[in-house]
Ligand binder design. Structure first.
Ligand code: SF4
Ligand code: SF4
Length: 219
C-alpha cells in the first residue's frame, strides 16, 4: 500500500456527515455512522465542524463523497521531501552563520506557507508517530545526524560559537514551527491583520540566533 494520509480542511466542511456514512458502508456494510473511522465533530456545538480522519484505505471512499472537497489526500514521501528541503540545504561551502540564519528564515516561511503540514506532523508525533515512526527513526534521524556533524565541524573549526548541534536544530524547529502549530494563539495575542507578525518573528529570531552563533568578538 502507498504510504499516504488524509487531511481535512475544517473551514470547508459543512458537517453533512456523508464521509462518515460512506466510511461505515465500505468498512462494515452498514450505513451506521457510529461505525465510521472518520469522525465529524461539531466543535463546542457552534457549527465549526472538525472532521478527524484516518489513513486506512487506499481509495478513501470518504474523500470521494465529500460535497465540499474538504478532504484531501497526500503521499507521505512527497510531503517529507518538501518538509526536509531547508535542512538538506545547509551547505558546508557557505558561511556557517548565514547558512543557519537562512535555515531559520526558510523554516518560518514554511510555517507561513504550509501551516497545515506543520500541524499534521506535530499531531502525528504527539500521538507517538504511529504512521511517521519509520520515517522519523530512519531518514529524518540520518539527515539530522548528518547536519549535526556539519554544525559540529563548524564549532570545532571555530567558525561558530560552541553550541550543541542537536539542541540547536530542535530549538530552530520549536521556535519557527510554533508560528504554525500555535497560529491561533499567536494571532489571538498579537491580532495581526495579515502575516506581518512573521516578519517581526523572523527579525527577532535571526537576531537571537546570530548572537548565539557568532564566534566571540565577530560581527
Ligand atoms: S480512509 Fe477509509 S477507513 Fe479511513 S475514514 Fe476514509 S473511508 Fe473510512
Ligand atoms: S463529507 Fe466533507 S463536508 Fe461532509 S462532513 Fe465529511 S468532511 Fe465535512
Amino acid at each position: 500500500m502507498t504510504s499516504q494520509f488524509l487531511w481535512v480542511d475544517p473551514k470547508k466542511c459543512n458537517g453533512c456527515m456523508e464521509c462518515e456514512t460512506a466510511c461505515a458502508l465500505v468498512k462494515t456494510g452498514e450505513k451506521d455512522p457510529v461505525r465510521s473511522r472518520i469522525r465529524v465533530i461539531d466543535w463546542n456545538q457552534k457549527g465549526l465542524f472538525l472532521p478527524v480522519s484516518c489513513q486506512h484505505c487506499e481509495t478513501a471512499p470518504c474523500l470521494a463523497v465529500c460535497p465540499k472537497e474538504a478532504i484531501h489526500r497526500e503521499l507521505l514521501g512527497g510531503l517529507m521531501d518538501i518538509w526536509l528541503a531547508p535542512l538538506k540545504a545547509l551547505n558546508d561551502a557557505g558561511d556557517p552563520v548565514a547558512e543557519l540564519l537562512d535555515y531559520v528564515e526558510r523554516k518560518l516561511e514554511m510555517s507561513r506557507d504550509m501551516p497545515r503540514e506543520s500541524r499534521l506532523f506535530a499531531g502525528e508525533v504527539l500521538q507517538g508517530a504511529p504512521r511517521f515512526g519509520e520515517f522519523v527513526a530512519g531518514p529524518l534521524k540520518a539527515l539530522v545526524d548528518e547536519k549535526a556533524a556539519l554544525i559540529q565541524g563548524w564549532v570545532d573549526a571555530g567558525r561558530i560559537a560552541p553550541v550543541d548541534p542537536y539542541h540547536l536544530i530542535f530549538s530552530i524547529w520549536a521556535s519557527t514551527q510554533h508560528y504554525a502549530d500555535f497560529d491561533t494563539q499567536v494571532r489571538a495575542i498579537l491580532t495581526p491583520t495579515g502575516d506581518e507578525h512573521l516578519e517581526d518573528a523572523c527579525a527577532f529570531l535571526c537576531r537571537m540566533y546570530a548572537g548565539l552563533l557568532r564566534p566571540n568578538g565577530s560581527d
